[in-house]
Design a protein around this ligand. Structure first.
Ligand SMILES: [Fe+2]
Length: 301
């Protein structure tokens, strides 16, 4: 039987790897491994297609700690190969909703996404793991991962999810930003924060931007000037001057994009790289930092 290339990696800076699945086509998510003197920090674990813990051991001999930029399935799937993770406090409820998904289901997803030459070679072995309770340590703004000779700071940039974080690595001047600010920033989910709150959080991120040059995200890589584009675009939504381009969101809801898409689905009708989706009914609102707990179950999707 041939060998499945579950992962591939690129050395993007000293002691810093960008990792993605290598047997799939189309949609891809990046994880990042940052090696320090005392331990290595794995930022996101992508879909859970392949034993990412074993793969990390081929890149570093340091113990590995896992941190998630947010609790979406394509960033936390491989957590279950590990015993614990660090996660933004406000995203922990969403992480818990995936507990109980079996490895067969995750295997079926992988098979569907596999390139043709690998589909028949895939088997549901230890490269797949049931989602199960693991230790989850909450993260808040200002927390620091001290890798011994390298510090990585947590900055909360809620919007895409309530707890989304950006991790600033002073050593490489990289901000690892998950899905917090990119070419297709999605604020269309029921659990996304209102656009005006996201705007405040983006302005706050901009205040840190003298500490980094590049933004390595979960799906895309940009230089930090995309933050200014994001601020301008979010301001246009809050002011009501954006293009309000109607679309169906990935959960099937009617949503808007701030900027009209090109016919091929790419951004660019305004000349910017940044674009964002949003729920037109949730442009202005409150941060909901204080919970109001009623008889209703919280929205967890
Ligand atoms: Fe996401």
């Amino acid at each position: 039987m041939g060998k499945i290339p579950f992962f591939k990696s690129k050395n993007i800076a000293e002691g810093t790897f960008q990792i993605e699945n290598a047997f799939t086509g189309g949609f891809s998510t990046y994880a990042y491994l940052l090696e320090g003197k005392d331990y290595a920090l794995l930022i996101d674990t992508i879909m859970g297609w392949g034993d990412l813990k074993a793969y990390c051991a081929t890149l570093t001999d340091k113990p590995v700690k896992v941190v998630n930029t947010h609790a979406h399935w394509d960033h936390i799937g491989g957590n279950f190969h590990f015993d614990s993770c660090y996660m933004p406090l406000r995203d922990i409820p969403y992480f818990q909703t995936v507990i109980g998904v079996t490895k067969d289901v995750i295997f079926a997803q992988a098979k569907m996404s596999a390139l043709d030459e690998f589909k028949e070679l895939l088997v549901c072995d230890d490269n797949f793991a049931d989602t199960k309770p693991i230790k989850v340590f909450p993260l808040s703004d200002g927390d620091i991962f001290d890798l011994g000779d390298r510090k990585v700071e947590v900055v909360e940039v809620g919007g895409h999810t309530p707890g989304s974080i950006v991790l600033i690595d002073d050593k490489t001047r990289i901000a690892f930003c998950g899905d917090a600010c990119n070419g297709n920033t999605l604020l269309e989910f029921k659990t996304s924060l209102p656009v005006n709150v996201y705007l405040l959080n983006l302005r706050r991120l901009a205040a840190y931007s003298d500490r980094f040059d590049m933004m390595y995200g979960g799906h895309e890589v940009f230089d930090k000037t995309i933050i200014e584009e994001g601020i301008e675009t979010a301001e246009s939504v809050v002011n009501g001057t954006d293009e309000k381009y109607p679309a169906k969101g990935i959960m099937g809801y009617d949503i808007c994009y701030a900027v009209a898409k090109n016919a091929d689905g790419t951004n660019g009708t305004d000349g910017k790289r940044f674009n964002m989706s949003y729920d037109p009914g949730r442009i202005n609102g409150t941060d909901n930092t204080r919970q109001i707990i009623t008889a209703e179950m919280p929205v967890l999707c």
